[in-house]
Design a protein around this ligand. Structure first.
Ligand SMILES: Nc1nc2c(c(=O)[nH]1)N[C@H]1C(S)=C(S)[C@@H](COP(=O)(O)O)O[C@H]1N2
Ligand SMILES: [Mo]
Length: 251
């Protein structure tokens, strides 16, 4: 083996040291679209080159926080949500559409019968608190593979059932790299119980690679798009549109 360490080898070495795992479900082209084209900052590129594919830390049941605050909306306004709640979400279905081969509609019972992942992780809100919780849900990768991505799919938008103070519905988005990460799940259970209303029932995103506001609650629809320009004000999320929140909030 050559003694000359190329830059590439140094990076790969560091990556191996950081415990890189393979994304089993990552489709062809995801790296091209998700990693290179969507990379909009040095931090994003550097982080992904070095630790991008590793898992975030998971904790043990003893570490679960006795109190996990709710933040932002903790009871969506309006009759639509009240009706869903009254039927215990029996009438609700997650929709997946946009740049997919086959649009999907899945009830809560159907989501519960799909492959699941359970993880105990730390949630960090940029308003200055964190808490450890256990989440069980369907990997977003599984759902995207069910629908099948169109060749021009680049971002995954999560549309929510709650209005914010400005009357705009909450939404968030991820690129394919983060959407296909094994710890990116749509959770229907928290700490072994059905997901409480305050924490986003019936379904909420856990994107463990990123901080609080990316973890959208009250998800109703997943829209796969080729560009975020025409969603909301075009910055990829309600917080991003409303203030100075960054789209890539990796931690
Ligand atoms: N739909 C929706 N998702 C949301 C919010 C919200 O107001 N509405 N708040 C965000 C913020 S800032 C944080 S820190 C987390 C809080 O999740 P929790 O209420 O389960 O603690 O949800 C995020 N996802
Ligand atoms: Mo937050």
């Amino acid at each position: 083996m050559s003694k000359i360490l190329t830059r590439r080898r140094v990076i790969l070495g560091a990556a191996a040291g950081a415990g890189i795992i393979a994304y089993e479900a990552l489709p062809q082209g995801a790296f091209k679209y998700g990693l290179i084209k969507a990379a909009d900052s040095f931090t994003l590129r550097a982080q992904r080159l070095i630790i991008g594919k590793s898992l975030v830390r998971e904790f043990s049941p003893a570490d679960i926080s006795p109190q996990f605050p709710t933040n932002g909306v903790n009871m969506p306004e309006g009759e639509t949500y009240q009706q869903l709640l009254a039927s215990n979400f029996g009438d609700w279905a997650l929709k997946i559409d946009g740049k997919v081969r086959t649009p999907v509609s899945a009830s809560l019972a159907e989501l519960r019968s799909m492959p699941s992942r359970t993880q105990i992780t730390m949630h960090t809100c940029d308003e200055g608190w964190n808490a450890i919780g256990q989440w069980k849900g369907v990997p977003v990768a599984h759902l995207l593979n069910m629908a099948g991505l169109a060749p021009d799919a680049r971002y995954v938008v999560f549309h929510c059932l709650d209005k914010q103070g400005d009357g705009v519905m909450y939404y968030e988005s991820l690129d394919l790299f983060d959407a296909f990460h094994p710890q990116t799940i749509l959770a229907y259970e928290m700490n072994g119980e059905p997901l409480p209303v305050g924490h986003g029932a019936p379904l909420r995103l856990r994107i463990e690679l990123q901080i609080g506001y990316k973890n959208a609650k009250y998800i109703d629809r997943i829209e796969v798009v080729d560009s975020l320009a025409n969603i909301g004000k075009g910055r990829g999320g309600w917080w991003e549109d409303s203030g100075d929140a960054v789209w890539y909030a990796g931690q």
